[in-house]
Design a protein around this ligand. Structure first.
Ligand code: PMT
Length: 404
């Protein structure tokens, strides 16, 4: 396979030399692309000698022996000819540029033109790695389906100890080999109707009731299902996420709008996944004007919203129905009750209210309640990995059921 090895400017840049040798030993062709900052740490000649190819160092240099190929469009050619883009080390700056679509050098321009799998191996100071800006950029890149090989803990060049050291080459190469495996298309032929995100229930023209769902779990499921060949109809509450390319996005605001959108698309669906955190109550009356402060207490009368999952349980036909249960205690018991009460095939039980998993976080830890009485725990992992684990269980249900 042809791999583009992007090297950005950090002390770990020298480790990319051995990495390129390991990739070549595994039978790959490696085209090195260095940022200007990387050249401050290692000379391009090192990579040219190891890979046997001219190293691309900037947008106006050409690796092609063909003098007629315009260097200004070469990133498109490299993007089209390559099977995988690996960036190791990926600095905070490179991650930020990729996350936000900046294209001011060859590597960042190539990234935008590239359509294949992307593997990123970050390395930086531990405070930079843990900074909210870097965390947000890494989350965004993961949501796009890229593989991020987390850095190791260790003593860093700056003299501190913590996470930030480039992962061992074996781990990076293993991630590359996994990413190059032909994608399973085991959901080809299935249409997944998926709800994600929160709902917003208006109080007056400027206020609403909502919850902490970011949509990340649902969008990770959408991306995983698309990658595995499904048609995905994504009914989404208001979130700050890019919809996965290829998903048929239906935006909604309130629980009632989500209910209507779900039932408008029910006929097309073979599998329904209710990941959305639907508000259970809405204000009984939406005030026409902003409610003014009076200095005294204000009471809101709340009324239940439509229970979409319960209604689906009645009208699902032979479709696979997957509910979620966000609970702060008694996970097994409450999820099992929902499984029966809502007539689901399975319920994904999500313990919420702890930092690091559940609402808003990058990672999640769930258990799956099945009709057989089993309660299967999935290991804590990124929402994308958890999404694939959930789909693996859904697949078993689709295989066991007579299909329409
Ligand atoms: O979006 P993230 O920040 O990534 O967080 C992910 C998550 C925690 C929101 C997600 O993993 C999750 O647990 N989603 C379900 C949240 C929820 O509303 O749980 P619940 O126990 O209140 O509802 C049970 C089920 O009924 C859910 O499938 C829900 O979609 C459905 N429901 C609830 C109320 C209602 N009126 N109609 C419904 O269909």
């Amino acid at each position: 396979m042809r791999i583009v090895l992007g090297i950005s400017g950090g002390i770990a840049a020298y480790k990319a030399a051995e990495l390129s040798r390991q990739l070549i030993r595994n039978g790959h062709e490696v085209q090195a692309v260095m940022t200007r900052a990387a050249e401050e740490f290692v000379r391009p000649l090192t990579f040219a000698s190891l890979t046997g190819r001219k190293v691309i160092t900037d947008i106006f240099s050409s690796a092609s022996p063909d003098a007629t190929l315009s260097s200004a469009v070469e990133h498109i050619g490299v993007a089209q000819e390559s099977d995988l883009l690996l960036v190791a080390p990926a600095t905070a700056n490179t991650l930020a540029k990729f996350a936000h679509g900046l294209a001011d050098d060859f590597l960042s321009t190539l990234y935008l033109a590239f359509r294949g799998p992307v593997v990123l191996a970050p390395a930086m100071n531990n405070n930079m790695w843990e900074h909210a800006a870097t965390r947000a950029n890494v989350a965004l890149l993961r949501e796009r389906g890229h593989v991020v090989v987390d850095p190791d803990d260790g003593f860093l060049a700056c003299g501190t100890y913590g996470p930030g050291r480039l992962a061992e080459n074996d781990r990076i190469v293993a991630a590359v080999e996994r990413a190059l495996q032909p994608k399973r298309k085991d959901f080809a032929g299935e249409t997944i109707l998926l709800t994600a995100g929160p709902t917003q229930e208006p109080i007056d023209p400027v206020r609403y009731l909502t919850n902490r769902s970011s949509g990340r779990m649902g969008y990770a499921l959408a991306q995983a299902a698309l990658d595995r060949g499904a048609r995905v109809i994504l009914v989404s509450g208001p979130v700050n996420l890019e919809a996965p390319r290829g998903a048929e996005l239906v935006r909604v605001g309130t629980a009632q709008e989500m209910r209507d959108a779900v039932f408008a698309h029910l006929d097309a669906a073979t599998v329904i996944i209710k990941c959305a955190a639907v508000a259970d109550f809405r204000p009984a009356v939406e005030a026409a004007q902003k409610i003014k402060k009076t200095g005294g207490a204000v009471s809101l009368e709340l009324t239940p919203t439509p229970d979409i999952l319960a209604e689906l349980g009645q009208k699902r036909g032979d479709r696979i129905l997957v509910g979620f249960a966000a609970e702060t205690e008694n996970l097994h018991e409450y999820a099992s009750r929902k499984l029966v009460a809502k007539n689901c095939d399975m319920v994904v039980a999500n313990l919420v209210g702890r930092p690091g998993t559940g609402f808003e976080s990058e990672a999640n830890e769930v258990s799956i309640a099945l009709r057989s009485g089993e309660f299967v725990k999935l290991a804590k992992a990124s929402k994308r990995v958890v999404a694939d684990g959930i789909l693996d269980h859904i697949l078993k249900l689709t295989e066991a059921k007579p299909r329409r």
